[in-house]
Design a protein around this ligand. Structure first.
Ligand SMILES: Cc1cc2nc3c(=O)[nH]c(=O)nc-3n(C[C@H](O)[C@H](O)[C@H](O)COP(=O)(O)OP(=O)(O)OC[C@H]3O[C@@H](n4cnc5c(N)ncnc54)[C@H](O)[C@@H]3O)c2cc1C
Length: 388
Protein backbone atom coordinates (compact mmCIF):
# COMPACT_ATOMS: atom_id res chain seq x y z
CA UNK A 1 0.00 0.00 0.00
CA UNK A 2 1.52 3.31 -1.07
CA UNK A 3 0.67 6.21 1.22
CA UNK A 4 2.62 8.80 -0.76
CA UNK A 5 0.95 11.52 -2.79
CA UNK A 6 2.05 11.76 -6.43
CA UNK A 7 4.63 14.37 -7.47
CA UNK A 8 1.83 16.35 -9.11
CA UNK A 9 -0.29 16.30 -5.94
CA UNK A 10 2.71 17.34 -3.84
CA UNK A 11 3.41 20.24 -6.20
CA UNK A 12 -0.22 21.39 -6.03
CA UNK A 13 -0.20 21.09 -2.25
CA UNK A 14 2.91 23.26 -2.09
CA UNK A 15 1.41 25.82 -4.50
CA UNK A 16 -1.84 26.07 -2.54
CA UNK A 17 0.02 26.26 0.78
CA UNK A 18 2.04 29.20 -0.53
CA UNK A 19 -1.12 30.89 -1.83
CA UNK A 20 -2.77 30.42 1.58
CA UNK A 21 0.28 31.61 3.55
CA UNK A 22 1.12 34.58 1.30
CA UNK A 23 -2.26 35.78 0.03
CA UNK A 24 -4.99 34.56 2.35
CA UNK A 25 -3.69 34.37 5.93
CA UNK A 26 -2.29 37.96 5.80
CA UNK A 27 -5.84 39.13 4.87
CA UNK A 28 -7.27 37.67 8.08
CA UNK A 29 -6.38 40.77 10.11
CA UNK A 30 -8.52 42.88 7.78
CA UNK A 31 -11.34 40.58 6.72
CA UNK A 32 -13.23 37.70 8.36
CA UNK A 33 -16.28 36.40 6.46
CA UNK A 34 -19.47 36.93 8.41
CA UNK A 35 -21.73 36.64 5.36
CA UNK A 36 -22.17 34.20 2.51
CA UNK A 37 -20.38 36.06 -0.29
CA UNK A 38 -16.86 37.48 -0.23
CA UNK A 39 -16.90 41.20 -1.15
CA UNK A 40 -15.69 41.86 -4.70
CA UNK A 41 -12.79 44.03 -3.52
CA UNK A 42 -11.22 40.90 -1.97
CA UNK A 43 -12.65 38.26 -4.29
CA UNK A 44 -11.65 39.66 -7.70
CA UNK A 45 -7.89 40.08 -7.05
CA UNK A 46 -7.74 36.65 -5.39
CA UNK A 47 -9.54 35.05 -8.34
CA UNK A 48 -7.08 36.69 -10.73
CA UNK A 49 -4.16 35.35 -8.74
CA UNK A 50 -5.70 31.87 -8.42
CA UNK A 51 -6.30 31.73 -12.17
CA UNK A 52 -2.74 32.84 -12.92
CA UNK A 53 -1.32 29.91 -10.95
CA UNK A 54 -3.66 27.41 -12.59
CA UNK A 55 -6.03 26.96 -9.64
CA UNK A 56 -9.30 27.47 -11.49
CA UNK A 57 -12.57 25.50 -11.72
CA UNK A 58 -10.96 22.61 -9.91
CA UNK A 59 -13.80 20.10 -10.19
CA UNK A 60 -15.11 21.11 -13.61
CA UNK A 61 -14.54 18.91 -16.71
CA UNK A 62 -11.91 20.06 -19.20
CA UNK A 63 -14.55 20.63 -21.95
CA UNK A 64 -15.81 23.59 -19.86
CA UNK A 65 -12.33 24.95 -19.16
CA UNK A 66 -11.97 23.24 -15.79
CA UNK A 67 -9.06 21.36 -14.22
CA UNK A 68 -11.12 18.17 -13.76
CA UNK A 69 -9.18 17.12 -10.68
CA UNK A 70 -10.02 13.88 -8.94
CA UNK A 71 -11.44 13.89 -5.42
CA UNK A 72 -8.17 12.96 -3.68
CA UNK A 73 -6.34 15.88 -5.29
CA UNK A 74 -9.20 18.24 -4.38
CA UNK A 75 -9.01 16.95 -0.80
CA UNK A 76 -5.29 17.77 -0.71
CA UNK A 77 -6.16 21.32 -1.85
CA UNK A 78 -9.14 21.59 0.49
CA UNK A 79 -7.01 20.65 3.49
CA UNK A 80 -4.60 23.49 2.75
CA UNK A 81 -7.51 25.93 2.31
CA UNK A 82 -8.96 24.84 5.64
CA UNK A 83 -5.99 26.53 7.30
CA UNK A 84 -7.33 30.01 6.53
CA UNK A 85 -10.50 31.67 7.75
CA UNK A 86 -10.66 34.22 4.94
CA UNK A 87 -12.86 32.20 2.59
CA UNK A 88 -16.60 32.10 3.35
CA UNK A 89 -17.22 28.61 4.68
CA UNK A 90 -20.19 27.63 2.53
CA UNK A 91 -19.53 29.51 -0.71
CA UNK A 92 -15.95 29.47 -1.95
CA UNK A 93 -15.61 31.36 -5.24
CA UNK A 94 -11.86 32.05 -5.03
CA UNK A 95 -11.09 29.18 -7.42
CA UNK A 96 -13.98 29.91 -9.76
CA UNK A 97 -17.73 30.18 -9.53
CA UNK A 98 -19.52 27.68 -7.40
CA UNK A 99 -20.81 25.16 -9.94
CA UNK A 100 -22.16 22.28 -8.01
CA UNK A 101 -21.86 18.89 -9.71
CA UNK A 102 -25.64 18.57 -10.30
CA UNK A 103 -25.49 21.55 -12.61
CA UNK A 104 -23.30 19.47 -14.87
CA UNK A 105 -26.45 17.49 -15.65
CA UNK A 106 -27.49 20.44 -17.83
CA UNK A 107 -28.31 19.38 -21.37
CA UNK A 108 -29.08 21.14 -24.69
CA UNK A 109 -30.12 24.77 -24.29
CA UNK A 110 -29.79 24.58 -20.50
CA UNK A 111 -26.02 24.70 -21.00
CA UNK A 112 -26.14 28.14 -22.62
CA UNK A 113 -28.83 29.53 -20.36
CA UNK A 114 -27.55 28.25 -17.01
CA UNK A 115 -24.26 26.36 -16.98
CA UNK A 116 -22.06 28.66 -19.10
CA UNK A 117 -23.24 31.92 -17.46
CA UNK A 118 -22.38 30.42 -14.05
CA UNK A 119 -18.97 29.31 -15.27
CA UNK A 120 -18.25 32.78 -16.67
CA UNK A 121 -19.41 34.49 -13.47
CA UNK A 122 -22.42 36.25 -15.07
CA UNK A 123 -24.97 34.33 -13.00
CA UNK A 124 -25.08 32.75 -9.58
CA UNK A 125 -27.22 29.87 -8.42
CA UNK A 126 -28.50 28.44 -5.17
CA UNK A 127 -29.50 24.97 -4.08
CA UNK A 128 -33.07 24.64 -2.72
CA UNK A 129 -33.76 21.27 -1.13
CA UNK A 130 -34.57 21.85 2.57
CA UNK A 131 -38.09 22.69 3.73
CA UNK A 132 -39.55 23.69 7.11
CA UNK A 133 -40.77 20.10 7.64
CA UNK A 134 -38.12 18.28 5.62
CA UNK A 135 -34.49 18.90 6.56
CA UNK A 136 -32.66 15.71 7.56
CA UNK A 137 -35.38 13.78 5.74
CA UNK A 138 -35.68 15.52 2.35
CA UNK A 139 -37.83 12.67 1.03
CA UNK A 140 -40.60 14.05 3.28
CA UNK A 141 -40.71 17.24 1.19
CA UNK A 142 -44.09 18.82 0.45
CA UNK A 143 -43.16 21.08 -2.48
CA UNK A 144 -45.14 19.85 -5.47
CA UNK A 145 -44.50 20.19 -9.21
CA UNK A 146 -47.55 19.36 -11.30
CA UNK A 147 -47.35 18.91 -15.06
CA UNK A 148 -49.55 21.34 -17.04
CA UNK A 149 -49.04 21.17 -20.82
CA UNK A 150 -45.44 22.12 -21.63
CA UNK A 151 -44.88 23.42 -18.09
CA UNK A 152 -44.68 22.30 -14.49
CA UNK A 153 -46.37 24.38 -11.78
CA UNK A 154 -44.38 24.46 -8.54
CA UNK A 155 -45.84 25.28 -5.11
CA UNK A 156 -44.20 25.01 -1.71
CA UNK A 157 -41.73 26.55 0.74
CA UNK A 158 -37.98 26.03 0.93
CA UNK A 159 -35.97 27.05 3.99
CA UNK A 160 -32.33 27.84 4.82
CA UNK A 161 -31.28 28.43 1.21
CA UNK A 162 -27.75 29.85 1.13
CA UNK A 163 -27.02 32.59 -1.38
CA UNK A 164 -30.63 32.96 -2.62
CA UNK A 165 -30.50 36.75 -2.20
CA UNK A 166 -27.80 37.20 -4.81
CA UNK A 167 -28.60 34.29 -7.13
CA UNK A 168 -30.34 34.59 -10.49
CA UNK A 169 -31.72 31.06 -10.40
CA UNK A 170 -32.22 28.14 -8.07
CA UNK A 171 -31.98 24.43 -8.42
CA UNK A 172 -35.24 23.35 -6.81
CA UNK A 173 -36.30 19.86 -5.79
CA UNK A 174 -40.03 19.07 -5.91
CA UNK A 175 -42.33 16.08 -5.76
CA UNK A 176 -43.54 14.98 -9.17
CA UNK A 177 -44.91 11.68 -7.85
CA UNK A 178 -45.96 11.78 -4.18
CA UNK A 179 -46.39 7.98 -4.11
CA UNK A 180 -42.85 7.24 -5.23
CA UNK A 181 -41.07 10.09 -3.38
CA UNK A 182 -37.33 9.23 -3.02
CA UNK A 183 -37.78 6.22 -5.31
CA UNK A 184 -38.34 8.14 -8.55
CA UNK A 185 -40.87 10.74 -7.38
CA UNK A 186 -38.57 13.73 -6.82
CA UNK A 187 -37.42 15.94 -9.71
CA UNK A 188 -34.89 18.75 -9.89
CA UNK A 189 -35.78 22.00 -11.75
CA UNK A 190 -33.87 25.10 -12.79
CA UNK A 191 -36.02 28.05 -11.69
CA UNK A 192 -35.28 31.70 -12.51
CA UNK A 193 -35.76 33.64 -9.31
CA UNK A 194 -37.52 36.50 -11.13
CA UNK A 195 -40.33 34.17 -12.27
CA UNK A 196 -43.76 35.38 -11.07
CA UNK A 197 -44.73 33.61 -7.84
CA UNK A 198 -41.17 33.22 -6.46
CA UNK A 199 -40.90 35.18 -3.19
CA UNK A 200 -37.86 35.45 -0.95
CA UNK A 201 -39.82 35.87 2.27
CA UNK A 202 -37.17 36.11 5.00
CA UNK A 203 -33.54 35.65 6.00
CA UNK A 204 -32.44 33.84 9.15
CA UNK A 205 -29.11 35.12 10.53
CA UNK A 206 -27.01 32.39 12.15
CA UNK A 207 -24.12 32.20 14.62
CA UNK A 208 -21.76 31.51 11.69
CA UNK A 209 -22.59 34.76 9.91
CA UNK A 210 -24.53 33.10 7.09
CA UNK A 211 -28.12 34.31 6.64
CA UNK A 212 -29.88 31.71 4.52
CA UNK A 213 -33.25 32.51 2.92
CA UNK A 214 -36.76 31.18 2.98
CA UNK A 215 -38.29 30.98 -0.52
CA UNK A 216 -42.00 30.58 -1.16
CA UNK A 217 -43.05 29.18 -4.54
CA UNK A 218 -46.65 30.19 -5.23
CA UNK A 219 -47.86 28.44 -8.40
CA UNK A 220 -44.60 29.10 -10.21
CA UNK A 221 -44.79 28.11 -13.87
CA UNK A 222 -41.56 26.50 -15.12
CA UNK A 223 -41.07 25.08 -18.63
CA UNK A 224 -40.64 21.29 -18.76
CA UNK A 225 -37.38 22.06 -20.59
CA UNK A 226 -36.04 23.24 -17.21
CA UNK A 227 -36.07 19.77 -15.68
CA UNK A 228 -32.50 18.97 -14.69
CA UNK A 229 -31.60 15.38 -15.49
CA UNK A 230 -34.60 13.08 -15.74
CA UNK A 231 -38.09 13.46 -14.28
CA UNK A 232 -37.93 11.45 -11.04
CA UNK A 233 -34.13 11.45 -10.99
CA UNK A 234 -33.68 14.36 -8.57
CA UNK A 235 -33.04 12.45 -5.38
CA UNK A 236 -30.19 10.29 -6.67
CA UNK A 237 -28.49 13.41 -8.05
CA UNK A 238 -28.45 15.01 -4.59
CA UNK A 239 -26.87 12.00 -2.97
CA UNK A 240 -23.98 12.07 -5.45
CA UNK A 241 -23.26 15.72 -4.75
CA UNK A 242 -23.45 15.28 -0.98
CA UNK A 243 -20.89 12.45 -0.96
CA UNK A 244 -18.30 14.65 -2.67
CA UNK A 245 -18.94 17.46 -0.17
CA UNK A 246 -18.76 15.17 2.84
CA UNK A 247 -15.27 13.99 1.94
CA UNK A 248 -13.76 17.18 0.50
CA UNK A 249 -15.39 19.82 2.66
CA UNK A 250 -16.56 18.25 5.93
CA UNK A 251 -13.59 15.89 5.82
CA UNK A 252 -10.49 17.49 4.31
CA UNK A 253 -11.32 21.11 5.16
CA UNK A 254 -11.92 20.17 8.80
CA UNK A 255 -8.54 18.42 8.84
CA UNK A 256 -6.95 21.66 7.58
CA UNK A 257 -8.62 23.71 10.31
CA UNK A 258 -7.53 21.26 12.98
CA UNK A 259 -3.96 21.30 11.61
CA UNK A 260 -3.73 25.06 11.94
CA UNK A 261 -5.28 25.00 15.41
CA UNK A 262 -2.78 22.34 16.50
CA UNK A 263 0.18 24.33 15.12
CA UNK A 264 -1.05 27.46 16.87
CA UNK A 265 -1.53 25.54 20.11
CA UNK A 266 1.99 24.09 19.96
CA UNK A 267 3.64 27.44 19.18
CA UNK A 268 1.76 29.37 21.84
CA UNK A 269 2.28 26.73 24.55
CA UNK A 270 6.04 27.10 24.07
CA UNK A 271 5.93 30.89 24.31
CA UNK A 272 3.42 31.46 27.08
CA UNK A 273 4.90 31.42 30.58
CA UNK A 274 2.71 30.84 33.64
CA UNK A 275 3.97 30.11 37.14
CA UNK A 276 7.52 30.45 35.80
CA UNK A 277 7.37 27.81 33.06
CA UNK A 278 6.11 27.52 29.48
CA UNK A 279 2.68 25.93 29.18
CA UNK A 280 4.26 23.23 26.98
CA UNK A 281 6.04 21.79 30.02
CA UNK A 282 2.73 20.96 31.77
CA UNK A 283 1.61 17.42 31.19
CA UNK A 284 -2.05 18.34 30.87
CA UNK A 285 -1.19 20.69 27.98
CA UNK A 286 1.07 18.06 26.40
CA UNK A 287 -1.85 15.61 26.49
CA UNK A 288 -4.06 18.13 24.69
CA UNK A 289 -1.40 18.47 22.00
CA UNK A 290 -0.75 14.79 21.59
CA UNK A 291 -4.44 13.78 21.63
CA UNK A 292 -5.05 16.37 18.92
CA UNK A 293 -2.11 15.13 16.83
CA UNK A 294 -3.25 11.49 17.05
CA UNK A 295 -6.88 12.23 16.21
CA UNK A 296 -5.83 14.46 13.35
CA UNK A 297 -3.56 11.80 11.89
CA UNK A 298 -6.31 9.15 11.98
CA UNK A 299 -8.87 11.51 10.43
CA UNK A 300 -6.56 12.59 7.61
CA UNK A 301 -5.85 8.97 6.66
CA UNK A 302 -9.58 8.29 6.63
CA UNK A 303 -10.20 11.21 4.24
CA UNK A 304 -7.42 10.17 1.89
CA UNK A 305 -8.48 6.52 1.83
CA UNK A 306 -12.11 7.40 1.17
CA UNK A 307 -11.23 9.84 -1.63
CA UNK A 308 -8.83 7.33 -3.18
CA UNK A 309 -11.54 4.65 -3.23
CA UNK A 310 -14.07 7.13 -4.66
CA UNK A 311 -11.67 7.95 -7.50
CA UNK A 312 -11.36 4.21 -8.24
CA UNK A 313 -15.12 4.09 -8.72
CA UNK A 314 -15.89 2.26 -5.47
CA UNK A 315 -19.09 2.90 -3.53
CA UNK A 316 -17.92 4.98 -0.54
CA UNK A 317 -21.29 5.98 0.89
CA UNK A 318 -20.69 4.39 4.31
CA UNK A 319 -17.07 5.53 4.51
CA UNK A 320 -18.10 9.07 3.56
CA UNK A 321 -20.51 9.08 6.54
CA UNK A 322 -17.61 7.97 8.76
CA UNK A 323 -15.41 10.71 7.29
CA UNK A 324 -17.91 13.47 7.99
CA UNK A 325 -18.64 12.32 11.55
CA UNK A 326 -15.00 11.68 12.44
CA UNK A 327 -13.51 14.82 10.92
CA UNK A 328 -16.15 17.34 12.03
CA UNK A 329 -16.10 16.04 15.61
CA UNK A 330 -12.30 15.69 15.69
CA UNK A 331 -11.73 19.24 14.43
CA UNK A 332 -14.28 20.59 16.91
CA UNK A 333 -12.34 18.98 19.77
CA UNK A 334 -8.94 20.18 18.49
CA UNK A 335 -10.11 23.78 18.04
CA UNK A 336 -11.77 23.64 21.47
CA UNK A 337 -8.48 22.52 23.06
CA UNK A 338 -6.59 25.25 21.18
CA UNK A 339 -8.98 27.88 22.55
CA UNK A 340 -8.40 26.46 26.05
CA UNK A 341 -4.61 26.67 25.69
CA UNK A 342 -4.83 30.29 24.47
CA UNK A 343 -7.01 31.22 27.44
CA UNK A 344 -8.74 34.61 27.06
CA UNK A 345 -6.87 35.28 23.82
CA UNK A 346 -8.48 32.19 22.33
CA UNK A 347 -11.90 33.75 22.77
CA UNK A 348 -11.01 37.00 21.00
CA UNK A 349 -11.70 37.79 17.38
CA UNK A 350 -8.00 38.62 16.97
CA UNK A 351 -7.39 34.88 16.47
CA UNK A 352 -9.08 32.64 13.89
CA UNK A 353 -10.06 30.02 16.48
CA UNK A 354 -13.49 31.37 17.44
CA UNK A 355 -14.50 31.51 13.74
CA UNK A 356 -13.38 27.91 13.20
CA UNK A 357 -15.27 26.87 16.31
CA UNK A 358 -18.53 28.37 15.01
CA UNK A 359 -18.21 26.89 11.51
CA UNK A 360 -17.28 23.46 12.80
CA UNK A 361 -20.26 23.48 15.14
CA UNK A 362 -22.54 24.13 12.20
CA UNK A 363 -21.41 21.22 10.01
CA UNK A 364 -22.46 18.71 12.64
CA UNK A 365 -25.97 19.76 11.57
CA UNK A 366 -25.96 20.98 7.97
CA UNK A 367 -25.92 18.65 4.95
CA UNK A 368 -26.55 15.62 7.14
CA UNK A 369 -26.64 15.84 10.95
CA UNK A 370 -24.12 13.47 12.52
CA UNK A 371 -26.89 11.62 14.38
CA UNK A 372 -28.66 10.92 11.10
CA UNK A 373 -25.43 9.70 9.51
CA UNK A 374 -24.75 7.42 12.50
CA UNK A 375 -28.27 6.03 12.26
CA UNK A 376 -27.98 5.40 8.51
CA UNK A 377 -24.53 3.87 8.96
CA UNK A 378 -25.81 1.52 11.67
CA UNK A 379 -28.68 0.43 9.40
CA UNK A 380 -26.29 -0.27 6.53
CA UNK A 381 -23.78 -2.14 8.69
CA UNK A 382 -26.46 -4.26 10.35
CA UNK A 383 -28.06 -5.06 7.01
CA UNK A 384 -24.73 -6.22 5.59
CA UNK A 385 -24.04 -8.31 8.69
CA UNK A 386 -27.44 -10.00 8.61
CA UNK A 387 -26.64 -11.31 5.13
CA UNK A 388 -23.78 -13.44 6.55
C1 LIG B 1 -26.43 28.15 7.50
C2 LIG B 1 -27.22 27.10 6.81
C3 LIG B 1 -27.14 26.99 5.43
C4 LIG B 1 -27.91 26.04 4.76
N1 LIG B 1 -27.87 26.01 3.39
C5 LIG B 1 -28.74 25.20 2.73
C6 LIG B 1 -28.87 25.30 1.29
O1 LIG B 1 -28.19 26.10 0.63
N2 LIG B 1 -29.79 24.51 0.68
C7 LIG B 1 -30.57 23.62 1.35
O2 LIG B 1 -31.37 22.93 0.73
N3 LIG B 1 -30.46 23.50 2.72
C8 LIG B 1 -29.59 24.27 3.41
N4 LIG B 1 -29.50 24.20 4.80
C9 LIG B 1 -30.32 23.24 5.51
C10 LIG B 1 -29.55 22.14 6.26
O3 LIG B 1 -28.97 21.23 5.37
C11 LIG B 1 -30.53 21.50 7.27
O4 LIG B 1 -30.66 22.43 8.33
C12 LIG B 1 -30.06 20.17 7.78
O5 LIG B 1 -30.19 19.20 6.78
C13 LIG B 1 -30.85 19.69 9.01
O6 LIG B 1 -32.24 19.79 8.81
P1 LIG B 1 -33.16 20.49 9.92
O7 LIG B 1 -32.54 21.78 10.28
O8 LIG B 1 -34.55 20.50 9.41
O9 LIG B 1 -33.07 19.54 11.19
P2 LIG B 1 -34.05 18.32 11.55
O10 LIG B 1 -34.21 17.43 10.37
O11 LIG B 1 -35.26 18.84 12.19
O12 LIG B 1 -33.19 17.57 12.64
C14 LIG B 1 -32.94 18.15 13.93
C15 LIG B 1 -32.01 17.28 14.73
O13 LIG B 1 -32.67 16.04 14.99
C16 LIG B 1 -31.77 14.98 15.02
N5 LIG B 1 -32.25 13.94 14.11
C17 LIG B 1 -32.98 14.10 12.99
N6 LIG B 1 -33.28 12.89 12.44
C18 LIG B 1 -32.74 11.96 13.24
C19 LIG B 1 -32.66 10.53 13.23
N7 LIG B 1 -33.20 9.80 12.23
N8 LIG B 1 -32.00 9.90 14.22
C20 LIG B 1 -31.42 10.61 15.22
N9 LIG B 1 -31.44 11.95 15.30
C21 LIG B 1 -32.09 12.61 14.33
C22 LIG B 1 -30.39 15.56 14.64
O14 LIG B 1 -29.66 15.80 15.82
C23 LIG B 1 -30.73 16.88 13.99
O15 LIG B 1 -29.72 17.85 14.16
C24 LIG B 1 -28.74 25.14 5.50
C25 LIG B 1 -28.80 25.25 6.90
C26 LIG B 1 -28.08 26.23 7.54
C27 LIG B 1 -28.22 26.35 9.04
Amino acid sequence: MDFNLTDEQLLLKETVRRFVDEELIPLEAEYRPEAEAMPDKYLRPLQKKAKSIGLWLLDIPKEYGGADLDLLTRCVISEELGRTVVIPYRINEVFGPDVRPPLLYCKGEQKDKYLRPVLSGEKRMCFALTEPDAGSDPAAMQTRAVRDGDDFVISGTKRFISGAGYSQFAQVWALTDPEKRARGGITSFLVDLDTPGVNLTRQQPTMMGDSPWEIVFDNVRVPAANVLGEVGGGFAMTQEWLTDGRVRCHGAQSVGMAQRALEMMMDYSQERITFGKPLSERQIIQFMIVDSAMELHAARLMVFECAWRYDRGENVRDTSYMVKITCSEMAGRVVDRAIQVFGGMGLTKELPLEWMYRQLRSIRITEGATEVLRWRLAQNLLKKRSRH
